[in-house]
Design a binder for this molecule. Structure first.
Ligand code: 1HE
Length: 259
């Protein structure tokens, strides 16, 4: 699908696997990589039901390719930031849920990329930072919109003002990651989750990706109305009716205690 040597795409049954393949540069994201990422999410095959994004090597992603930070004027800088926004919006509000498999550095634009995904799995080597603060710049890939929604304004301010780095254990505790796994296990866990997500009714996944974040932004009186509309649509689908029948007739799994 893409000819960029720094990013690979493959289908593993119903799961789209997107790999950053620039380990020598710690998967730093240049303009071409961002354009390819956007292209991939705009052109996912119809057969895709979920996606996993991963980075080759010891680090998920070192963020913006700093060698690209040329002498941009203010307008060019704004358009560069917008190009990241467009790409990551295609990922966040695309056709399928995306699980990020994280190891090593998840920093700067790498954290912005991870925070556009729907679920984040970190292995114990992962560390999270926003070095923009100490490099004299600001986030530009949607981080100021998405990261406070994961961890709050106060924690993001601290990360950028002081250069604070969160290890994987603390990252899971504060909500930067939803799963913590042993070193080397993030990809397998992400695939396991993606396969599970792929079995959901499509309308449920659609509602979770496209309606839930919007509802969370709405004043509660509007949120309740939007929820009722999506809820009505979801429960009217044949998949929902079949699944409820399966439970009532003893064919579906019960909810069991957390292990
Ligand atoms: C890079 C980049 C990069 C590595 N741009 N080339 N991001 C940062 O400020 C993070 C900068 N990177 C690092 O702090 C470290 O590289 C890591 C902690 C990620 C990894 O350390 P390490 O010791 O494994 O690798 P290294 O030796 O530092 O880097 C290996 C090579 O990758 C080296 O190039 P080489 O030609 O000398 O081998 C590095 O220069 C290169 N490299 N990271 C360019 N980021 C939409 S706005 C987003 C704004 C931001 O993301 S700002 C934050 C940028």
């Amino acid at each position: 699908m893409t000819t960029n040597q720094d990013i690979q795409f493959e289908m593993r049954d119903e799961i789209a696997v997107i790999s950053l393949t620039r380990p020598t540069k710690r998967n730093a994201l240049n303009d071409a990589l961002i354009a390819s990422l956007k292209h991939i999410f705009e052109n996912l095959p119809q057969s895709a039901r979920a996606a996993v994004i991963t980075g080759q090597g010891e680090h998920f992603c070192a963020g913006l390719d700093l060698s690209d930070l040329k002498e941009r004027d203010a307008g060019q800088g704004m358009h560069h930031s917008r190009s990241w926004h467009y790409a990551l919006e295609r990922l966040q509000y695309g056709p399928v849920p995306v699980v990020a498999a994280l190891q090593g550095a998840v920093v700067g634009g790498g954290l912005e990329l991870a925070s556009a995904c729907h679920i984040r799995v970190a292995d114990e080597s992962a560390f999270f930072a926003l070095p923009e603060g100490t490099r004299g710049i600001f986030v530009g890939g949607g981080g100021s919109v998405r990261i406070p929604r994961l961890i709050g304004v106060a924690r993001m301010t601290d990360m950028m003002m002081t250069g604070r780095v969160y290890n994987a254990v603390d990252a899971e505790r504060i909500g930067l990651a939803q799963y913590l796994v042993p070193v080397g296990a993030a990809f397998d866990k992400a695939m396991e989750l993606a396969k599970k997500i792929a079995t959901n009714a499509p309308m449920t996944n659609y509602a979770l990706m496209h309606a839930l974040p919007r509802i969370a932004e709405q004043p509660s009186d509007q949120g309740f109305i939007t929820e009722s509309l999506i809820s009505g649509i979801a429960q009217s689908t044949p998949q929902a009716k079949q699944r409820v029948r399966d439970f009532l007739e003893g064919r579906a799994a019960k909810v069991s205690k957390a292990s």
